[in-house]
Design a protein around this ligand. Structure first.
Ligand code: NAD
Length: 248
């Protein structure tokens, strides 16, 4: 199995792409802490996984990802439960499609807090652990909008450009310590986040997909599993598109 014996933390693991990553990691032999924003959604996700794989080595947590100490504690608790840590997935994110002239600074800041600051906290907390052990993998969830921008809701593409910048920079900073850092940039993927977007926006984006359909969360998760595994041992600093060939 690709991830036999590995231990991972996945933020935003309660649904959508994150839950698919958790399931894929478990299927490939990893032990996982899945993080969500609330205790109730974490428990619901754990129940889903119990149906999917009874007795799976998975636990839940709901740290405030914008609080560096809480993120560090979550990683320490994972190491306490599973013995070590090999993979950190910074996947939690929110999207907005508010036009610029109605955008408030508060809304903008909310996107940056989760989509950038929380990723920074996850990278830093994981890098502390990984530096000491001389190995580890950090995976960040970017987006196709980090390549093309987005017609409304500028905070979201701005945050994903920042994720790519952190990914490429940290790959250079942490590579000498044996730590790989990559990002996955999904295109339109069939999750709650996309269901919440205006239909017109989904149709416009889908029209530019050569494979002619939105992606499934499992198709994105497969790439995370590969990048998390030793099969990707010479891959770092990449933003890997999983978007059906979208050209927008
Ligand atoms: P989703 O809305 O289905 O799930 C979001 C996850 O983030 C949930 O697990 C939720 O608990 C968590 N989350 C939300 N707010 C949080 C908070 N304040 N604190 C902690 N956790 C919080 O979204 P998704 O579509 O699965 O998106 C996951 C990632 O993929 C995001 O980073 C998103 O930007 C990215 N992405 C999604 C698509 C898509 O089409 N669905 C495309 C490109 C990129």
């Amino acid at each position: 199995m690709l991830l036999e014996g590995k231990v991972a933390v996945v933020t935003g693991g309660t649904r959508g792409i994150g839950l698919a990553i958790v399931k894929s990691f478990l299927r490939h032999g990893a032990s996982v802490t899945l993080c969500g924003s609330r205790k109730e959604t974490v428990e619901k996700a754990l129940a889903t996984i119990e149906d999917f794989m009874p007795g799976a080595p998975v636990r839940g947590a709901h740290p405030d990802l914008t609080d560096e100490a809480e993120v560090r504690a979550c990683l320490d608790e994972t190491i306490g439960a599973f013995g070590h840590l090999d993979i950190m997935v910074n996947n939690a994110g929110i999207s907005q499609s508010t036009p610029l002239l109605s955008y408030t600074a508060e809304e903008f800041q909310k996107v940056l807090d989760l989509n950038i600051l929380a990723v920074f906290n996850g990278c830093q907390a994981a890098a502390k652990v990984f530096s000491e052990q001389g190995s580890g993998v950090i995976l960040n969830t970017s987006s196709v909008v980090s390549l093309y921008g987005q017609a409304a809701g500028v905070g979201y593409p701005a945050s994903k450009f920042a994720v790519n910048g952190m990914t490429k920079s940290l790959a250079r900073e942490l590579g000498p310590k044996g730590i790989r850092v990559n990002a996955v940039a999904p295109g339109v993927t069939a999750t709650d986040m996309v269901a919440a977007l205006p239909e017109e926006m989904i149709a416009r984006v889908s029209a530019g997909i050569p494979l002619g359909r939105p992606g499934e969360p499992e198709e994105v998760a497969n790439v995370f599993s590969f990048l998390a595994s030793d099969k990707a041992s010479y891959v770092t600093g990449c933003v890997v598109s999983v978007d059906g060939g979208a050209v927008i």
